[in-house]
Write a protein that binds this ligand. Structure first.
Ligand code: ADP
Ligand code: MG
Length: 602
């Protein structure tokens, strides 16, 4: 008998093809992207496609097939959302901080902001910072500075509207630091004490990014120092910056009411303000566990996300929204690039935000509808096979070198699932919110990409810096040389090393920044979930009592996640590795394989 085991996930649909008699022989497998939410009729298309591919691999067509077995999908869906918590607002123009491509000069300058046309009449000995708008060209500006300086005016720096920093600097008798490309120069208040700093190429300013140095420069009180801290933070990492002290200047770090959520457990309930951050939410979650439902405030992002998850699940399962309960949530702290409201040169700072993943489970996904449709379209008998979690573990046990008690961590797109099989064959499983999709979302928002596909590519591949057209430096530090030149668009860029060759990242981001965000996103989601999940399925919550842990699912293919989880679990003394289903599939195909195995000997 020829059967196809089909695992329909929300991301991928996988098939294992086997001939079953007294024994079982696996013939081929396939994987396609899932079309539609799992368990819906739209899946039919991709199921047929996947089955056809597996059959084609052994030169047969679906007419030869005796049975299609579908997984009894766990009705779990996950969704992710972000809540912004802080926002920096400068009501008076008090700061400039950015990365102009070519600032002039170097070092720190300090003095009163002075219109360049008034330098001539400024008394000698008064420290000034010249403010130069677009009406002057660079030769004229340099001439005026040289003239005033010769008369004894102490010019310590300049702020320029146009991209003229280097041109002016090259014409000065004595060099000063110059910050250029200041878009809103007309908003720079004149006659105010200011400090200006330019760092050398490849470095970031040091004084104006430190609140205490700003306090020293301007003789600030502790209260005032607290006030300017958001400015120091916004200036961190930039190559040039200006801080201007205005008497009525007001910088605020506004906290945005993010709304509250109420976690309802079996015997306890806790309300937590999302503004308190991820750790507070996760702590409360642990207190009320096992979670039965989350109530949220309407009109907030968190509320919107929980509503969306509920609605989708309600439609999918034909149940009223009121019956759908959120059963797990994963909160992580993240940073989100934001425009500084009131900045003079289009400054960004990193506001804090909380990322949330939610998961719901319901009674059942109506797989029967899909099975009927598939029978109708293929003419092949279609049945619903075993429960997804049990099939996954049956499949995972084909990994050479494993035996019960074996736990699997299924690292998917929407949820991280864990199951354990004990020596007596008992299986226990759980589902946690937060997996690959959340990692992609965190990368997308933290890097300010606004391109989920690019974020997905960054997640999946290592990076390199293309230093010349004939060599690149990998993120590991290794240098690779090429005999023929690389595509010129790659020159000087950070590139993603995809299967199809290097792809340049056209955003203004450096390699280390991207690597840090990528790795932290993976750790926040998968390391935390791996520990949470294994603690829940382990006997008595003791991870040490699990003998073997196999990672399966799409995110187990990641080039660094398995290593991160292994590091985090090293102290528990379990054998942990990526599954290798049937000794040849790697961490893929566990459920599909398990489905076929469940019919062995029938
Ligand atoms: P599901 O069972 O829900 O269909 P999968 O097991 O297919 O999910 O896992 C999907 C997740 O795996 C997605 O988040 C995707 O980004 C991730 N993924 C797939 N391939 C890779 C890879 N090579 N490296 C990293 N992540 C991957
Ligand atoms: Mg899956």
């Amino acid at each position: 008998m020829l059967i196809a085991g089909v695992d329909i996930g929300n991301n991928s649909t996988e098939v294992a093809l086997a001939r079953i008699g007294r024994d079982i022989e696996f013939l081929s497998s396939s994987l396609v992207r899932t079309v539609g939410l799992k368990g819906t009729l739209r899946n039919a298309m991709c199921v047929i496609d996947a089955v056809d591919r597996a059959m084609a691999a052994i030169d047969l067509t679906r007419n030869h097939l005796d049975l299609i077995l579908l997984n009894k999908a766990t009705p779990v869906i996950g969704d992710v959302a972000m809540e912004t918590i802080t926002e920096t607002i400068i009501t008076e123009s008090a700061m400039i901080g950015h990365n102009p491509s070519t600032p002039g000069g170097l070092g720190l300058g300090r003095g009163l902001t002075t219109d360049i046309c008034n330098l001539e009449t400024t008394a000698p000995g008064i420290a000034c910072i010249a403010v130069i708008d677009e009406t002057l060209d660079f030769t004229e500006a340099a001439r005026m500075i040289n003239f005033a300086a010769a008369k004894g005016v102490d010019i310590t720096g300049a702020i320029v509207k146009k991209d003229d920093g280097v041109l002016i600097h090259n014409r000065l008798d004595s060099p000063i630091p110059i910050v250029d490309e200041v878009r809103h120069i007309d908003m720079v208040p004149l006659g105010m004490p200011a400090a200006l700093e330019v760092a050398r190429v490849g470095r970031a300013i040091e004084k104006l990014s430190n609140p205490y140095d700003i306090a020293t420069l301007f003789e600030l009180t502790p209260d005032e120092t607290r006030q300017i801290t958001p400015i120091a933070r916004a200036l961190t990492g930039t190559r040039s910056g200006v801080v201007i002290k205005t008497p009525e200047g007001d910088v605020q770090e506004r906290r945005i009411p993010a709304g509250t959520i109420t976690l309802v457990g079996e015997s306890a309930r806790e309300t937590v303000d999302v503004e308190m951050g991820a750790d507070a939410i996760m702590e409360k979650l642990a207190k009320v566990a096992p979670l039965q439902e989350i109530q949220s405030q309407a009109g907030t992002n968190a509320g919107g996300m929980f509503e969306r998850v509920r609605t989708v699940m309600a439609e999918l399962t034909d149940q009223p929204v009121s019956l759908i309960k959120i059963q797990d949530v994963l909160a992580v702290n993240t940073l989100q690039p934001q425009h500084v409201l009131g900045g003079l040169a289009g400054e960004f700072t990193r506001g804090t935000a909380v990322g949330l993943a939610a998961m719901v489970m319901t009674q059942n996904i109506p797989m029967q509808r899909l099975a009927a449709k598939l029978t109708q379209e293929t003419g092949v008998t279609v049945e619903i096979g075993g429960v997804e979690a049990e099939m996954a573990i049956t499949g995972a046990l084909t990994t050479p070198g494993t035996e019960p008690p074996l736990a699997i961590l299924d690292l998917g797109g929407g949820s991280t699932d864990a199951s354990i099989i004990h020596r007596d064959g008992r299986v226990r499983s759980i589902h946690m919110a937060g997996a690959g999709d959340m990692v992609t979302m965190l990368i997308n928002t933290e890097l300010g990409l606004d391109e989920p596909d690019l974020a997905e590519d960054i997640k999946r591949h290592p990076l390199a810096k293309v230093e010349t057209l004939f060599h690149m430096r990998h993120e590991s530090g290794a240098v690779e040389f090429f005999d023929t030149h690389l595509d010129p668009v790659l020159f000087g860029r950070v590139a993603i090393l995809t299967e199809n060759g290097p792809v340049p990242i056209l955003h203004d981001l450096n390699l280390n920044q991207i690597v840090n965000v990528r790795r932290r996103a993976k750790e926040k989601v998968f390391v935390r979930n791996a520990l949470r999940a294994l603690k829940q399925v382990a006997p008595g919550g003791n991870i040490r009592l699990i003998g073997f842990v196999a990672l399966v699912g799409g995110s187990a293919l990641d080039f660094e996640i398995p290593e991160m989880i292994a590091d985090a679990l090293a102290e528990y003394g379990v054998v942990l590795g990526k599954g290798n289903i049937r000794g040849c599939e790697g961490p893929r195909n566990a459920v599909a394989t398990g489905l076929c195995l469940s019919r062995k000997g029938e």
